[in-house]
Design a protein around this ligand. Structure first.
Ligand code: SAM
Length: 250
């Protein structure tokens, strides 16, 4: 169980994001946290292990994706979390909004094994957490984006701490239906990344819809969310092979 002070912070932070919550959501977060700490003893999943830090820097940070959308309208969507690691930002989001269908993608299998184990435990906790709404995929984004079952199939893509914005645009937009959005979670300084992403936006077909800057609730930790709209179908040549993306970023 979370300590009273941590739980109090969590509830005030959820209120600040207009997220309705029930006891089951808090129980699910407690399960996620204890499983993360357990698995972290054997595989390196996170450096953030203290309970309140976990709530601020992993849970509340992940849930700030809601700031990009009016009235928390993120229901019944098909969402892909690219480079999810141990499940951020999509797993905290799904704990509160489990009727969205989430694909969690990463190129490192052991991180995905942790997610799979956590999801099975969540499902046992309550039928509220339906396994059918979660898909875990072990692949590189640049490979999976050429698979017809994933290409141009998603309503929203999420990324936290995965790559620079110009690279993210090439990795994300191919997964999205036209007029859908990719969301990049960034820390403080983003001006240079924004300037360097023009070529990628033009070539892949995206437009910056909005940039939201804020502090994480109750802290002076600065964050930025960049929301990009896909404005045209992606050419078959994108995304390119891994070495080209790395050595000749757009
Ligand atoms: N998003 C998580 C978070 O915020 O805690 C993990 C961030 S971690 C710094 C970056 C993750 O992205 C790693 O787990 C890495 O394996 C994954 N990753 C990086 N490039 C990738 C790619 N091209 N395709 C799939 N996963 C990728």
């Amino acid at each position: 169980m979370f300590q009273a002070e941590s739980k109090n912070y969590l509830i005030r932070a959820l209120d600040s994001l207009n997220i309705n919550h029930k006891e089951i959501n808090i129980l699910a977060l407690e399960l996620f946290y204890s499983n993360l700490i357990d698995w972290n003893k054997n595989i390196n999943l996170t450096r953030i292990t203290e309970e309140k830090d976990f709530l601020i820097k992993h849970v509340i940070d992940s849930l700030t994706i809601l700031k990009a959308f009016d009235n928390n309208k993120l229901e019944n969507l098909k969402i892909i979390d690219i480079g999810t690691g141990p499940g951020f930002p999509s797993l905290p989001f799904w704990i509160f909004f489990p009727n969205n269908k989430i694909t969690l993608l990463d190129s490192v299998k052991k991180k995905l094994s942790f997610i799979e184990n956590t999801i099975i435990k969540l499902n046992k906790l309550d039928n509220f957490y339906n396994l059918e709404n979660i898909e875990i995929v072990h692949s590189r984004a640049e490979d999976l984006a050429h698979n017809i079952n994933y290409r141009e199939k998603f309503d929203l893509s999420l990324n936290r701490a995965v790559a620079s914005l110009n690279i993210l645009i090439e990795l994300n937009l191919p997964f999205l239906k036209t007029s859908s959005f990719m969301l990049a979670m960034k820390s403080d300084k983003i001006e240079d990344e924004i300037k360097s992403s023009n070529n990628s936006l033009n070539k892949i077909g995206g437009k910056i819809e909005k940039i939201i800057n804020f502090n994480l609730f109750g802290t002076d930790i600065k964050r930025n969310i960049i929301l990009i709209k896909k404005i045209k179908k992606t050419l078959k040549t994108y995304p390119r092979k891994t070495f080209l993306i790395k050595e000749k970023p757009l």
